[in-house]
Design a protein around this ligand. Structure first.
Ligand code: BGP
Length: 492
């Protein structure tokens, strides 16, 4: 036996990329709703249209620094992919039935903060928004699917971003805490698995957290991180208080990494990158305090984080039950990166690995890297681990008869699941489950495109908003169904 009985098999999505229903049922705008589409393969970024402090308008790339005082606006003449996305808001019953048909027993989805609190900090929650999710969770229950709910996935309320500098401000943290209170009390008994902050480690800019001046002002970036950690710890503590049955995990963009060579300078470059990119975030959320090297670094840089009494205790009390992460590709680190060619990755760029192939978007394909990553995480933390994103972003063609022949995706899934099996069977890693990314086609977070598809279910929608949103099963749907229904035994 490899995968244990009750292993969680499913799929993952995020409200800002999937749900649509922009402003429907009392929802308010989030930062993601102010982001245009882009073109990843031709280097055209997603954009924010902003009104600057002096009243003029200017556009910024989604990951660029937004100056202090600038407010992102939503221009009625511009197309914004999140507004309809792939319309889970109106297709939820059909989609959940498809999930069940595929053999899923878990559904990772996120709650849109602005569907619960339209401005993020309103006096009362929006009952219609709460009811929408109650309906979804009840349907999951009927179908034998456990929801795995991401509390916050790239959707800072636009009001908090524009008026309060997003997560730099304690006001946003307090609003988030009230949002958590509502989720845990109102969804008690319907949801047992939670993730606090999606990819907490790539989260300091305006696009993710409503932060202005995230590069030039290091204080802002560190204060934002600190508030995110407190938000995550609060969620864990509150979630356990409301229902001790709740299992609450962190979520990190894992990004495995290798040194370019055995030159100790390259090996150090890799360790230093890994510390900054991922281990810092795992250490704080699993151990409950900042690691020594980070404390010293902040001191050296003259950054003094604004704290309040009780914060240290909260960090220690709010450590997570399990470690979850996204895994798409691996990076290469070198002491002199400029000497080697670069390629793209999940929200960042890296050196290209000469031993590995890449997707059309330049993300390396590295199944064995997943085994290495799982072992590293397990060795370091010894708490259950879950892969909550993994997948193959590619262009798909829907034939006239509705079929989609996505052999590349099947190969990607097979090789990665095979490695998971080895990790459980041979390495003894306590792996809880697997929710591949975008089990149904959704808008790309990084590029805003529809053509970069991950789904096992195709949705008729293109980059400009044309399409009837009808769903069709790809070849990979039937492959995953076979894998899931055999509890990961039948991988051929
Ligand atoms: C992660 C996000 C997801 C998802 C995925 C794929 O960063 O958590 O929201 O989108 O990456 O990335 P992309 O959509 O840019 O291909």
């Amino acid at each position: 036996m490899s995968f244990p009985k009750g292993f969680l098999w499913g799929g993952a999505t995020a409200a800002n990329q999937y749900e649509g229903g922009y402003l429907s049922g009392g929802k308010g705008p989030a930062v993601a709703d102010a982001l245009t589409g882009g073109d990843g393969r031709n280097g055209i970024p997603r954009r924010f249209i902003c009104e600057l402090a002096d009243g003029t308008r200017k556009e910024f790339g989604g990951r660029d620094e937004i100056p202090a005082g600038a407010k992102a606006i939503i221009d009625p003449d511009v197309y914004y992919p999140s507004h309809v996305a792939t319309d889970f808001y109106h297709h939820w019953e059909e989609d959940l039935e498809l999930m069940a048909e595929m053999g899923c027993n878990v559904n990772r989805l996120s709650i849109n903060w602005t569907r619960i609190f339209p401005n993020g900090d309103d006096a009362e929650p929006n009952e219609e928004g709460i009811q929408f999710y109650i309906n979804v969770f009840k349907k999951c229950q009927e179908l034998g699917i456990e929801p795995l709910v991401t509390i916050y996935h790239f959707d800072c309320p636009l009001h908090l971003a524009n008026e309060y500098d997003g997560w730099v401000s304690r006001h946003t943290l307090e609003a988030f805490e009230r949002y958590c209170d509502v989720l845990f009390t109102r969804f008690k008994g319907l949801v047992h698995y939670w993730l606090t902050i999606n990819e907490i480690n790539i989260n300091t800019n305006f696009m993710m957290n409503g932060v202005h001046e995230h590069v030039s002002n290091k204080q802002n970036a560190e204060q934002c991180r600190y508030h995110l950690f407190l938000g995550s710890a609060y969620a864990v503590k509150k979630g356990h208080e409301v229902d001790p049955e709740n299992k609450i995990g962190l979520m990190i963009a894992h990004g495995g990494s290798y040194p370019w060579s055995c030159d100790p300078e390259d090996v150090w470059a890799e360790l230093d990158t890994a510390h900054h990119f991922k281990w810092f975030y795992g250490d704080v959320q699993v151990r409950g305090y900042y690691p020594a090297w980070k404390v010293l670094e902040l001191e050296r840089e003259g950054i003094e984080i604004a704290k309040e009494p009780g914060d240290d205790e909260l960090l220690r009390e709010g450590t997570v039950d399990f470690y979850s992460f996204s895994y798409y590709s691996t990076d290469v680190c070198a002491a002199h990166p400029e000497e080697h060619g670069a390629t793209d990755g999940n929200m960042h760029r890296s050196i290209a690995n000469p031993y590995l192939k890449q997707t059309e978007w330049g993300w390396t394909i590295d199944p064995l890297g997943l085994r290495i990553s799982l072992n590293q995480i397990w060795d370091r933390y010894q708490i259950p681990v879950m892969i909550v994103e993994n997948g193959f972003g590619a262009i798909d063609v829907r034939e006239e008869d509705g079929s989609v022949h996505d052999q590349g995706r099947i190969d990607y899934m097979r090789t990665h699941i095979k490695v998971m099996k080895d990790t459980v069977e041979l390495d003894g890693v306590d792996l809880m489950g697997y929710t591949p990314w975008g089990w149904i086609d959704v808008v790309s977070a990084g590029t805003g495109e529809m053509r970069k598809r991950y789904g096992f279910v195709y949705v008729d929608m293109d980059d400009d908003g044309n399409g009837d949103l009808s769903r069709s099963r790809k070849d990979s749907f039937y492959y995953m169904q076979k894998v899931y229904k055999s509890n990961g035994e039948d991988l051929d």
